[in-house]
Design a protein around this ligand. Structure first.
Ligand SMILES: [Zn+2]
Length: 254
């Protein structure tokens, strides 16, 4: 299985529009971060977790030719705003299954009303088939199983996903012990780390490192990164040997 980091930035992306912050001005390509998403492939299977406002650019960058389904973590715009750009896949493949919590599906139906129109729908509009994700109900994706992991983003419920020995958790601030129990024996854990200073709804770096120490994956990759965390190269030097700062277009094999 391959995991391709489509984006590793927090909600505004890096650089931030109009910012003179040194990280936003960095010329290191690892300091340029689109909004968070990953592309997961194995054999002939191709799945994307989240579909934010950079989706089109991300699909062009990674060379993705088909999407078997999109798994959503939650409804925030940095994770969903690119839904209109699935159309090239619709034109080739037909409707795309989207997996999400029922609250997220209801939210998408409001924000992308035209996608879900049943009468006089515009022929070129995106086309999706919704599948509700429930906690403690793993579901099949291709010949593998996706296990939803229930986490909290402040007061908002968010799903992470475990597939085989890989788990992807973003926008986590707290996680219950019964969910932590679903994360044993991971080869790779991806988890969010916003910055050094504490934040109400995101792990800061220390919280992410404490969480990784608790879960004990073989390797961990940090994502959903703010410019305030600092330069990629400098931050990487501060991390334990088995923890890596992810960057856009990084591909790992599990
Ligand atoms: Zn987010």
């Amino acid at each position: 299985m391959k995991v391709y980091f489509l984006g590793t930035g927090t909600s505004q992306g890096i650089p931030i529009i109009g910012s003179d912050h040194p990280v936003c001005k960095s010329t290191d390509y690892k300091d340029k971060r689109l909004r968070v998403a990953v592309w997961i492939t194995w054999e002939n299977n191709s799945y994307v977790i989240d579909c934010g406002p950079d989706f089109r650019q991300q699909m062009l960058a990674c060379g993705c030719k088909k999407v078997d389904a999109i798994l959503f973590t939650h409804e925030h715009s940095d994770h969903t705003a690119g839904l209109d750009d699935i159309r090239p896949f619709n034109f080739k493949q037909g409707e795309i299954p989207i997996y999400a919590h029922q609250r997220v599906i209801a939210n998408l139906k409001r924000r992308f009303e035209y996608v879900f129109e049943t009468v006089n729908k515009y022929p070129g509009a995106p086309s999706v088939k919704t599948i509700t994700v429930c906690n403690n109900e793993p579901f099949a994706i291709g010949n593998k199983t996706a296990i939803p992991i229930n986490v909290m983003h402040g007061d908002l419920q968010v799903f992470g996903y475990r597939i085989d020995d890989f788990a992807y958790l973003t926008d986590v601030k707290t996680i219950a012990p019964e969910e932590i129990a679903k994360l044993k024996n991971l080869k790779v854990l991806v988890v969010n780390a916003l910055r050094d200073a504490p934040h109400n709804t995101h792990f800061n770096l220390q919280e992410a490192l404490d969480f990784i120490a608790l879960i004990q994956p073989e390797k961990a990759y940090l994502t959903h990164i703010s410019h305030l965390l600092g330069f990629h190269e400098a931050v990487q030097k501060r991390l334990p040997d088995h923890v890596f700062l992810a960057y856009d277009n990084l591909e790992i094999t599990i």
